[in-house]
Every structure is written in structure tokens, then in C-alpha cells.
Design a protein around this ligand. Sequence first.
Ligand code: AHG
Ligand code: MN
Ligand code: MN
Length: 339
Amino acid sequence: MTKKFRAHTLNEFIVQQQNAFPYAKGDLTRLLGHIAIASKIVNREVNMAGLVDILGETGKENIQGETVKKLDEFANEQFKTVLGSSIEVCGLATEEEEDVVSFESDLSRDGKYIVCMDPLDGSSNIDVNVSIGTVFSIYRRISEIGSPSVEEDFLQPGTEQVAAGYTLYGSSTMLVYTTGMGVTGFTLDPSIGEFFLSHRKISMPDPGTIYSINEGNYANFPPGVKQYIKYCQEIDPPTHRPYTSRYIGSLVADNHRNMLKGGIYIYPQTTSYPEGKLRLTYECNPIAFLAEQAGGMATDGMGNRILEIPPQSIHQRVPFFAGPTNMVNQAEKYMQINS
Ligand code: AHG
Ligand code: MN
Ligand code: MN
């Protein structure tokens, strides 16, 4: 007799995980559910891009001086609306807002959590139908419940994350998250609009054979990064073949591939971005948490664990090295020799 396959939905899985904690009240479960809903709305729009007037630029610049695409703005508004009308979240920090957004309704003020997110990552890929993502971090607030959220709530080190994850709008749409008990991936069945468990206990192959870096910036890289790239191009000890280079230009998509296949992602300091380009609170911390939970590591290339860097401001940038432990350690070695 053939065994009947019973698929788990995202919601069922989160509830099951919650049941492992007898005192959990379900707030985090509901919050992850809200993120899934907003992601589905963004996904719908991403899928129709090209048919509706959502491609292109808004004509505005964000706080980072970068051009804001219509989809960046749409995604930001969606997450703001969904999280702002929830009772679990009291505040939000996003790439598109200069200051933190404090949700001030009576219900929101009682929310236990704050969220840091990049609502739409990989904007340069939007208009050309290449993978983009949403990436988020969830923290327990440190300010008093019942009061408005304050900036300090958002400046906690990444070690304090309660959960982190991303939605990847790729050839299929996936939601991947961790609550510190491993990394789990869910794939959207678009015909019924439900995320189903598809990747249990994601674990990064180590060492992998992929390196992901924007080599167009080569001339502006620190000497250690240049030497590590040469190492990748020349030798892969187990196979005596060079590593392979893959770079999409979307932190979420690049790290998703690397996490499944085994690869290192590097966005180092450059002459144009002396502190690195990626933002600590809403890009590097969530990806670092996932990388560690998948058995890898994430540093700034100078021996500092990303999750332990205390953020000074919500839009702070940091050099970012993430991937399998052996690969990150090797890259760090080249950085140290050349420092
Ligand atoms: P965003 O689209 O949110 O501004 O982020 C883009 C980031 C990141 O996703 C990507 O890895 C990196 O910028 C690409 O930068 P380069 O084009 O400089 O390689
Ligand atoms: Mn981004
Ligand atoms: Mn973005």
C-alpha cells in the first residue's frame, strides 16, 4: 500500500515548534504568520511586475542615497501596514525609513517584539526578472511593554535575535527562517497561496566550492580579499579544481544558494564603501544568524563575529563574510596576513 504524504504548512510547523515551549503564548507564531502574509502580497506584485505599473523608479532617493524603485516602496508599505496593525509588533526599522517607525496604537504598544527588515533586497534585479528577497530580524523589545518603542530596542546585537529569515522571490517563492533551532525552508504553492515545508534542517556543505563577490570592484578591494579571490581561482584542495564564481547581486538569493550548495559570500570594504555596503541590523544580522544555524559562520573579515557587533545606528554598514566555517576561516586568514 502506498503511504499517503501529508504536507506540513508553515503555520502548522511554527505552531508545532511553539508547543516545545510550554510558556509560549503564540505571539511569535502569529508574527511570523504576518510576515508570511505580507510576503505573499509582495510576491503577488512581483509576479505581475511587467504587467502592472510597478517596475522602475519612484524618482526618490532613500536615506542611503540610493534610488527607490516602486517595488521597494510597495514592499515597505505592505510590511508597515501588516506589522503596524498587528498586536505583536511595537516598532519597525527598515532600509526605506530614516528613523525607526514606532507603532503607537494602544494594541501595538503592548507588542513584545520589534522587527528590522529590508523589505525588498536586490533592487537592481527587479526590472530584469531576476531573484529578489525580503530579509528580516525579530527581537524582543527592551523598553517597557505598553510604551512606544525606542531606538535602543533596535540597536541590540544580533545575538539577541529571537528569529530571523527571508523570503526569496525566485523561480519559486520560499520562506526560510530560524528561531535558533536550525534553519527550515518552506516553498509557496501559488495555486492555493500556502507555504509548505520543503527544506528540513538546512545544513551548509563545508567546504563548498562557490565564491560570491562583485569582482567588478576588484581594484577597490583590500589586499586580503584580492588574494583570497586568487586562491579561489587557482586551487580547491580536495578536487584540485578552482572554485566556481556565482554572484546574483541580491544578498538573499546569493546566500540562499550558498547555504544550500556550499559557498562563501563576501561584500568587503571598498574605496566607495569604506565600511562595507551592507547594513548590519537588517541585512547582515539575519543572514549571519541563518548562516550560523546552518552550521556556518559570519564575520566582518577582521575576526569579529557579526552577531556580536553592537550596532551604533540602524543604518550602520559593515563588511560581510558569510558561509561555511572552513571557507570563512580561510578568507579571514588572507585578511590577517595582509592587514
Ligand atoms: P538593496 O537592493 O536592498 O539596496 O540591497 C542590495 C545589496 C545586496 O542585496 C547585494 O548583495 C548588494 O547590494 C549588491 O551590491 P553591488 O551591486 O555593489 O554588488
Ligand atoms: Mn538589501
Ligand atoms: Mn532593499
